[in-house]
Design a protein. Structure first.
Ligand SMILES: [Fe+2]
Length: 208
């Protein structure tokens, strides 16, 4: 009996050895929400909203990474301004990624996180690995913004209808407004204006 007690005592000894390479079953499956939360939002509402937020998250993560690709690979006379602009937008999209992911967790859901899962989920067209011209970079970014805006407006309205004011506020105040502003900054670079000589001035100068 005494021996048994000593054995169980030694088993409980604290060891300085880290327990490495551990694996275990998930504690919550993707696509589910915690059923009991004091949020005054029913489980089916939170399932619906977190599913749509995960789509928005996958697309926002993809747009964020597309900005970094463009930041690194941009070339040409507008290199400096676009290099800086793309990184500024990257940082703003990165903040949105965190806000959307944490909103999903707040609602009791599970956020997408890893690149492979994001790649399977996003609706944004995959660009080639190589470098593309500036107008193509800008067009890809604007197309990606459009996909995000397209889903954000109905998502904001649906969240408001279901009583999820927090999600409505996040999508309207942060996602939609940030994307609208960034679309404006990109689109202005695709307006074909003369850089040195005004077109009208050249025409009247030719007539005289
Ligand atoms: Fe950089």
């Amino acid at each position: 009996m005494a021996k048994k007690q000593n054995e169980s005592k030694s088993n409980r000894n604290v060891s300085p050895q880290p327990r490495l390479h551990q694996r275990a079953r998930e504690t919550q499956s993707y696509g589910t929400v915690r059923y009991a939360l004091p949020l005054e939002l029913e489980e089916p509402v939170r399932v619906q909203i977190t599913n749509q937020l995960n789509q928005l998250l996958a697309d926002t993560m993809t747009l964020r990474d597309l900005y970094k690709k463009c930041h690194w690979q941009v070339a040409g006379p507008t290199f400096y301004q676009l290099h800086l602009l793309f990184d500024k937008h990257y940082g703003e999209q990165n903040e949105l990624v965190d806000s959307i992911a944490e909103r999903i967790q707040m609602l009791g859901g599970i956020s997408l996180a890893m690149a492979a899962d994001v790649a399977e989920t996003t609706q944004i067209e995959r660009p080639p690995r190589g470098r593309e011209e500036v107008p193509v970079q800008l067009s890809r970014l604007i197309d990606a913004h459009q996909i995000i805006i397209q889903q954000s407006r109905p998502l904001a309205r649906r969240a408001a209808e279901l009583g999820d004011d927090g999600t409505n506020d996040l999508v309207v105040s942060d996602v939609i407004r940030t994307n609208e502003l960034q679309i404006w900054f990109l689109s202005e670079h695709l307006v074909d204006v003369p850089l040195v000589e005004a077109k009208e001035r050249a025409a009247s100068a030719g007539a005289s």
